[in-house]
Design a protein around this ligand. Sequence first.
Ligand SMILES: Nc1ncnc2c1ncn2[C@@H]1O[C@H](COP(=O)(O)OP(=O)(O)OP(=O)(O)O)[C@@H](O)[C@H]1O
Length: 279
Amino acid sequence: MAYLELKNVNKTYGRGKESTQVLSDINLEIEEGEFVAIVGFTGSGKTTLVNLINGLLEPSSGEVLFKGKPVNGTSHERGVIFQNYSLLPWLSVGQNVYMAVKEAFPKEKKQVLHERVKEYVDMVGLTPAYHKRPKELSGGMRQRVAVARALAMNPEMIIMDEPLGALDALTRGNLQDEILNIWSKHKRTALLITNDVDEGIYMADRIIPLKPGPNATLGPEFRIDIARPRDKTDLNDNPNFKKTRNAIIEYLMDIGEQRKSVSQKEYSLPDISPKSFVA
Ligand SMILES: Nc1ncnc2c1ncn2[C@@H]1O[C@H](COP(=O)(O)OP(=O)(O)OP(=O)(O)O)[C@@H](O)[C@H]1O
């Protein structure tokens, strides 16, 4: 039995003539302890997919199963780091994380909860901003609070919807490593939605492309055959990295072109830096 399974999932928004089928026949199996990345085009339905897995949305048809049972609403077992950090504006950084931790561990002593909050705020480098309110923080800092808040709740499955997109390269790299640390140390299962192919290859065991919508479906999986822990600086010289990267980019460019010629609509390709796109 897969840890997370999506069986023939379809999702349509609206009714009748106004309806749009966003996701079509999505089949996905993630095993316990795996790290899977989904690389998708802008507007293809990535957030819709995350919300189906998280339980914020129900499929129009098909099934979403977590540990063999249908997903029915949200749960602390599945922690989501959203792309738009929904922090409570009247609470400080520490209080925002505390609220979440209190909800996840309702019986735990205050002192233990405060220690946990401090640990995770420190992990994202925000100890100096502990008492600041969201409006006093930059977008990147707010996103780091959202990362701390989700991870401090100790979810069994970490679901990430383009969580690091707004961050500078250094912070982004540090948080990628922190997320990987937590995932491997606590033997978690992770699903990362990203438009950055390199990020997917650095972090995941498998990458699965989500084709452009409407009627977006999942493409063939690409296994990342690179030993862990992975070293970012060595990756560019790793033949497996280059081979996998080129294969994924070629695939994405092909499907982007195919869709464009059918619909004449423009699609933004995922984040690709041509510098290391060498065979
Ligand atoms: N509640 C809704 N009602 C109607 N249409 C919706 C709704 N939510 C999303 N959509 C449409 O579904 C499609 C997919 O949206 P979604 O946000 O899932 O894509 P995405 O890949 O996450 O986008 P982005 O790359 O911009 O973050 C879009 O065309 C969007 O306009």
